[in-house]
Design a protein around this ligand. Structure first.
Ligand code: 48H
Length: 257
């Protein structure tokens, strides 16, 4: 067989365009491909929702690759073990209620299962704005991350989404845009972004689940972003809360539709 570079190019362009066109109108748009976003996308796609996930970086996985301080092992607690079991990520008990998993196995396995469940993942794409109609967020404004990084003046494209999930981690990027540009109250005690507090693993892990909810019409918040939005503390390198939060936000969206 003689390989033809033009066939290769056309295959990529056509197949990618198919994915992008199919994602111009989705049930759920997930912003951020860290553990909470990936898990949310997995459960939503598994339940039959049309899901697109946008990740700024080339690689998915967010803060999970590096475990704690680049020691690439993660810790999860008892309650989250069933989620890693479901994905097929192997765990080892460290002491009662604490389990470890290889960070690389966790990221790659969760990512692969999420794509196979039917979620469409766009890497190297950043969400820079939202679309609002009649007091509800109805879509996202997206652009290539290298455009953002180079500061190029290139206009973005837009996709429609019945629900948006901010799983952008510490940065709460979608919520920051909403706070800056829209006259919208967030469902926090102050109506504004509260900001993340200092490390307290036990409290933070519980609050991550509690703070996983709809935060304004059309937008849910999950993962680290939920704690940063509601003024909760950080938890350090324990990832059970992120997995449980991803599952909870998916359940909330499934129950509401
Ligand atoms: C597209 C974006 C945008 C944007 C950001 O940080 P993450 O891993 O998020 P979580 O909440 O799933 O997990 C948090 C965890 O990794 C962590 O940091 C912990 C447990 N910290 C504890 C502590 O004490 O420090 O992933 C968020 C992802 C990243 O990959 C970003 O690149 C991406 O979102 N992202 N993608 N458009 N505007 N903003």
């Amino acid at each position: 067989m003689v390989l033809d570079e033009i066939v290769i190019s056309k295959a990529i362009i056509e197949r990618f365009t198919e994915k992008l066109l199919q994602s111009t109108d989705v049930d759920v748009a997930v912003v951020g491909g860290g553990p909470s976003g990936l898990v949310a996308a997995y459960y939503l796609a598994s339940s039959g929702k049309k899901v697109a996930l946008f990740e700024r970086k080339l690689s998915l996985g967010g803060g999970m690759w590096g475990g704690g301080m680049m020691f690439n092992e993660i810790v999860i607690q008892d309650e989250a073990k069933e989620i890693l079991d479901l994905f097929g990520v192997r765990t080892r008990e460290y002491s009662e209620g604490y389990y470890t998993a290889d960070a690389i196995e966790a990221v790659t396995t969760i990512c692969s299962q999420t794509v196979r469940a039917g979620a469409t993942i766009f890497n190297c794409m950043s969400v820079e704005d939202v679309m609002i109609r009649e007091g509800r967020v109805t879509g996202l404004v997206i652009n290539w991350s290298p455009v953002e990084m180079a500061g190029l003046h290139v206009d973005p494209l837009t996709i429609a989404a019945k629900n948006v999930i901010d799983t952008t981690g510490h940065a709460t990027e979608v919520l920051k845009v909403i706070e800056r540009k829209a006259d919208m109250q967030l469902a926090t005690p102050s109506g504004k972004l509260m900001g993340e507090r200092s490390m307290w693993a036990d409290k933070a892990e519980r609050l991550t689940i509690e703070n996983t909810r709809q935060i304004c019409p059309g937008v849910y918040v999950a993962g680290m972003s939920a704690n940063a939005a509601f003024g909760g503390p950080r938890m350090g390198p324990i990832f059970g809360g992120m997995l449980l939060s991803g599952r909870k936000v998916a359940e909330l969206i499934i129950a509401s539709s």
